[in-house]
Ligand binder design. Structure first.
Ligand SMILES: [Zn+2]
Length: 413
């Protein structure tokens, strides 16, 4: 194997790449989309296949573990009077938009946002896509087409998301159809149902469908910033009872921050036992506070990230909504999300910053089953940053000088 590597002509060589904070620099040789060599590479390649990282940090690509591409940039279609509505008003508004969706319209908005994300260093995305009696399968069709068209710059995983619940006439059949038509996994939103009993039944239905189709589940849970919504314990017990350990992600989990330490600690232990991934969407979580529940405390806006990490739970970061009804300020930058997370959770120690980078990349890659890392043999999805330390990247102006996807430079800033 060694011999072969020495004689190999690389597709790309990154020179003087710093592999970790304050560590030494090395060259990275890439061939056929994989990292083949890290060290002092004597081989030469034509100038246009070589990048000098100038001793800046080279890190794995960002994985945006939770976003909504089908709704992305709806802001460009909204009137100012439509901003800042209550949860109910927002849901009505999104239904109106969806009634007028076209495949070309969705692709135009979502395609633009995919290109922006690629430039920001996102090399893989898990997107939720609305599947419900209003939109039916139109958004799914649009995002499936985009997934093919952008396969060279980003991996896209599609989660069929019941924005209008699972009990409406035809809702369940549409979710099942979506799993036949290109969706990779099933999403959930218990909060959309009216009573606690129905919210639990919503979760039951999700497991029935997921098990039938043998797909993973990602459930958006406890995201209202209302501490009385605490459905996570039910999701955890259900995961264990159904034997679905390691196949479920819980996104948001805000209420976990509000309950007392003893309760939280017990639930976190069970989250770990259930092998549930927790996905946080920091900036979007912070802004969530619908007018009807403004009495709720604002400090419980982000889940207990530090406690989850310390208990060995796989925590990943998503940007959530990008410039749409639910979050007009979303911009799709993982550096910004890391910054907000570090700030809101006071995670600023050196080891915290390392964890936060893992959340923005390796931990998400684990969820999406991608082979990420700056190691020989792994997928060459790499970012050449403009800083020598991770902390430097977080506090930077959010510019990624080079984005490499499958060994090809897809963005240069
Ligand atoms: Zn979301």
């Amino acid at each position: 194997m060694e011999e072969k590597v020495t004689n190999m002509v690389y597709d790309l060589i990154i020179r003087n790449a710093r592999l970790k904070d304050h560590g030494p620099s090395a060259d990275i040789g890439i061939k056929d989309g994989n990292i083949r060599n890290i060290g002092n590479i004597k081989d030469t390649v034509p100038k246009d296949r070589e990048i000098n990282a100038e001793h800046n940090l080279v890190i794995p690509g960002f994985v945006n573990s939770h976003t909504h591409l089908d709704k992305a940039d709806l802001l460009s279609k909204m009137k100012p009077s439509q901003f800042g509505g209550t949860l109910e008003e927002n849901r009505r508004l999104i239904r109106e938009f969806k009634e007028n969706y076209t495949i070309a319209g969705i692709k135009e908005r979502a395609g633009r946002v995919i290109r922006e994300m690629a430039k920001e260093g996102i090399t893989a995305i898990r997107t939720q896509v609305d599947v419900d009696p209003t939109a039916e399968l139109l958004p799914l069709k649009a995002i499936c087409e985009l997934r093919k068209e952008y396969v060279h710059i980003v991996d896209i995983e599609i989660c069929a998301f019941p924005q209008e619940g699972v009990f409406k006439q035809g809702a369940r059949e549409l979710l099942e159809q979506a799993l036949n038509d290109g969706a990779d996994l099933l999403g959930g939103l218990p909060l959309v149902e009216k009573t606690e009993k129905e919210q639990k039944e919503h979760i039951d239905v999700l497991f029935e469908i997921a098990k039938n189709y043998d797909v993973e589940l990602e459930v958006q849970i406890d995201e209202s910033n209302n501490p009385e919504d605490f459905m996570l314990p039910y999701l955890v017990e259900k995961t264990i009872n159904e034997g679905y350990e390691g196949r479920v992600s819980a996104t948001h989990c805000i209420s976990l921050s509000k309950v007392d330490n003893k309760t939280a600690s017990g639930v976190i232990k069970r989250v770990k036992e259930a092998g549930i991934n927790v996905i946080v969407t920091p900036s979007c979580n912070l802004i969530t506070g619908f007018p009807e529940i403004r009495g709720s405390r604002s400090y419980n806006s982000i889940t207990r990230v530090r406690d989850l990490v310390e208990n060995g739970v796989n925590v990943a970061i998503g940007t959530d909504n990008i410039r749409d009804i639910f979050y007009p300020l979303g911009n799709g930058s993982m550096i910004r999300e890391m910054h907000v997370l570090a700030t809101a959770t006071r995670m600023s120690r050196v080891e915290d910053v390392v964890h936060i980078f893992d959340m923005a990349s390796l931990n998400g890659a684990k969820i999406l089953n991608l082979d990420y890392g700056v190691d020989v043999g792994r997928q060459a999805d790499l970012l050449i940053t403009g800083s020598t330390t991770k902390r430097g990247v977080i506090s930077s102006r959010e510019i990624i000088p080079y984005v490499v996807k499958n060994g090809r430079v897809v963005s240069q800033t």
